[in-house]
Design a protein around this ligand. Structure first.
Ligand code: PLP
Length: 425
């Protein structure tokens, strides 16, 4: 049994995050319950970025001077640090701007190879009659690129459907068939917090010979994620959700797949040779990394991953599990609040979206902000999932490693007052 953090440990941890001392509009320290949108950064990450620029900044893979060598070492070490964190290998990590770009990279490589009649055979090449399967619970980042790919190649887009509480319904796994080339789905929903039945989906995909892409944006900062144990072929990661900086994400892909995919962006840093007529490309992962790369961001993300590992992902998961149950229990005591997602008895994490009867989410967000509680409002880039629940938008509270019971108490207390501001009980 993994232990929850002690109070002393939690307060030591919180002391690493300068922003948690920030006082909000209402005069109290901000209770940050918006980890799903973006995480806050510990001083170890902020210092790593600042020290990089103070001491080592140089271009990578392009020089013989000390600063270039140090930057190159930090850049490549970042690949190994992320690979260790997710159970992959360094040569399987492709740096991208964010998770959205990582998903687009796979979709665009599939498009390029599928539309090129002269292309060599590739496991990501689509043929007439093929389909791609997603789920109704996807963030737009894992929906729109597949719509675009299907429209460009004449491929059918299908999706797994959901139980009433937003969990993926394995009874609908039959949409994956022998014509499915790829199944792309989220590990954890950014609306319902539900953990997807990865094993069942992967096993059905394998039976049908389909590849699997996993979107770990909402899982990789909140639970242990091991890509080989999960049995997927591609996975995408977002630094800014993992205590790291914005501007950097990654695609992990099995080496044998990456090596059979064409480049998407082309230019400097990804070529082997260039003539005026044509070019040859480096092997993966460099083939996918055209142009100057975000080195300081990689250094910051590396520090974030080391920080998370230092705490232990299983302990973070346990801490957040306890807080999630506590939050759901608090919400259940408030009249007129409907949670869009499963209860604490199901496999889920601390992403809790809800609708307040008779009050628009923006108004809910403003009342909470007036009491210095930071939550997200809107459709959270998941419009089809909101339609499924019969609402246009919602309010979402989400927890992270620094969240305390006291912050959740403040949130529940303020949420309990919301309807009275607008004439409800
Ligand atoms: N997928 C999910 C489930 C998300 O929650 C998000 C961001 O909110 C994304 C993808 C997009 O991530 P990024 O900001 O790294 O592009």
């Amino acid at each position: 049994m993994t232990e929850d953090f002690s109070l002393q440990e939690l307060s030591r941890l919180r002391a690493d995050f300068p922003i948690l001392g920030r006082v909000g509009r209402g005069g109290k320290p901000i209770a940050y319950l918006d980890f799903s949108a973006t995480s806050q950064k510990p001083v170890q990450v902020i210092d790593a970025i600042s020290n990089f620029y103070r001491t080592s900044n140089g271009a990578v893979h392009r020089g013989t001077h000390l600063l270039g060598d140090e930057s190159t070492a930090a850049f490549e070490e970042g690949r190994s640090i992320l690979a260790d964190f997710i159970g992959g290998r360094a040569n399987e990590i492709v740096w991208t701007k964010n998770a959205t770009e990582a998903i687009n990279l796979v979709a665009l490589a599939m498009r390029n190879v599928s539309l090129d009649n002269a292309a060599k055979p590739s496991p990501v090449k689509l043929a007439a009659g093929d389909n791609i399967v997603i789920t109704r619970a996807e963030h737009h980042a894992n929906l729109v690129p597949w719509q675009q790919l299907c429209a460009a190649t004449g491929t059918e887009l299908r999706w797994l459907d959901l139980h009433e509480d937003g969990r993926i319904d394995c009874e609908t796994l039959g949409v994956i068939d022998e014509h499915t080339r790829l199944v792309a789905f989220t590990h954890v929903s950014n609306v319902t917090g539900a953990v997807s039945p990865v094993e069942s989906i992967v096993s059905r995909a394998r039976q049908c010979g389909a590849l699997v892409l996993l979107d770990t944006c909402q899982s990789s900062a909140h639970m242990p994620v091991d890509v080989r144990e999960l049995g997927v072929d591609f996975a995408v990661f977002s630094s800014h959700k993992m205590l790291g900086p914005t501007g950097i994400g990654a695609l992990w892909g099995r080496a044998e797949l990456l090596s059979q995919m064409p480049p998407v962006l082309t230019g400097g840093s990804m070529i082997e040779d260039v003539t005026m007529e044509s070019s040859t490309f480096m092997p993966a992962p460099e083939r996918f990394e055209a142009g100057s790369q975000p080195i300081a961001q990689i250094v910051g993300w590396s520090a974030a991953l080391q920080y998370l590992s230092g705490i232990g992902m299983a302990r973070i998961a346990e801490h957040e599990r306890i807080l999630t149950s506590y939050m759901l229990e608090g919400i259940s005591g408030i009249d007129g609040v409907r949670v869009l997602g499963p209860g604490a008895d199901k496999e889920r994490i601390g992403v809790v979206a809800f609708a307040v009867e008779g009050v628009h989410p923006h108004d809910v967000g403003q009342v909470l902000d007036s009491q210095d509680i930071a939550v997200r409002v809107g459709h959270h880039c998941a419009i089809p999932l909101h339609h499924f629940f019969g609402v246009r938008s919602s309010t979402r509270a989400s927890v992270g490693p620094t969240t305390t019971r006291e912050e959740i108490d403040r949130f529940i207390d303020a949420l309990g007052q919301v309807r009275s501001y607008f004439g409800g009980k």
